[in-house]
Design a protein around this ligand. Structure first.
Ligand SMILES: C[S@@+](CC[C@H](N)C(=O)[O-])C[C@H]1O[C@@H](n2cnc3c(N)ncnc32)[C@H](O)[C@@H]1O
Length: 225
């Protein structure tokens, strides 16, 4: 899925992934990251998610990256925020009330431009990307942050043959393959997500599983810490 695909999705308002409510798994499991008040949080491929504001409400300065200017403009407009906007390098930076959205390509982001990150919240990024890009995405994400930085990951899986993505199914085995060399992968929660996502059933999906993972730092000897 290239940039043009997502820009068009936003232009046509085909954003079935967007949730009007704050994600319930974020609210329940964010504490698993045990971040102190004021710790900066990064939200890759953030859309115009309300989760950004919830994280801000927990006391975190929040930085998101999103390729669609429609999405980032909508985030501020819909939340009645007036951002300060600057252009720096490959990105347009827009900041209001402790939420900074970088409009541009995640893959152009560098650790230096992103700055310090104490925790990452990732919902629906992997499922937005085809398999080859998911490897590139996970590699880039772990390069952007310190090895000690924990991540909360919310992802979906369904029988691959039942639907053409996006959203693509991402199995637990794949999450482990993508991250286990660099993070401990702990499955925190699994649920049947079909009842609250009828659009999947409409497209022929018979089983939809949502999983919440904590990706934590490896201990110095390479094991769980
Ligand atoms: C499935 S949506 C998830 C959005 C958000 N995480 C949420 O929970 O609502 C994926 C988002 O990633 C954005 N996106 C896709 N490729 C991107 C890239 N290379 N860089 C930045 N954003 C990207 C899309 O525009 C879209 O808004």
């Amino acid at each position: 899925m290239d940039a043009a695909f997502w820009l068009e999705r936003w232009e046509r308002n085909q954003i079935g992934f967007h949730q009007e409510q704050v994600n319930s798994h974020l609210q329940e499991f964010w504490k698993a990251l045990a971040l102190p008040d004021g710790a900066p949080v990064f939200v890759p491929l953030c859309g115009k998610s309300r989760d950004l504001l919830w994280l801000r409400g927990q006391g975190h300065p929040v930085t998101g990256v999103e390729i669609s200017p429609r999405a980032t403009e909508a985030f501020f407009a819909e939340n009645r925020l007036t951002p300060t906007v600057t252009r720096r390098g490959d990105f347009v930076w827009a900041e209001a009330d402790g939420v900074t959205l970088l409009t541009g390509d995640f893959f152009d982001l560098t650790p230096a431009s992103l700055g310090p990150v104490a925790g990452v919240y990732d919902r629906a990024s992997l499922i937005a990307l085809p398999p080859a890009m998911r490897t590139r995405y996970a590699d880039h994400l772990v390069r952007l942050v310190d090895p000690a930085t924990p991540l909360l990951l919310v992802s979906l899986d369904y029988p691959e043959a039942e639907m053409n993505g996006p959203p693509f199914p991402v199995r637990e085995e794949e999450v482990r393959r993508l991250y286990e060399r660099r993070r401990t992968v702990s499955l925190l929660y699994t649920c049947d997500a079909l009842p609250e996502n009828p659009a999947f059933a409409d497209r022929g999906v018979t089983r939809l599983t949502e999983k919440v993972y904590r990706l934590g730092p490896l201990s110095p000897n390479g094991g769980a810490s």
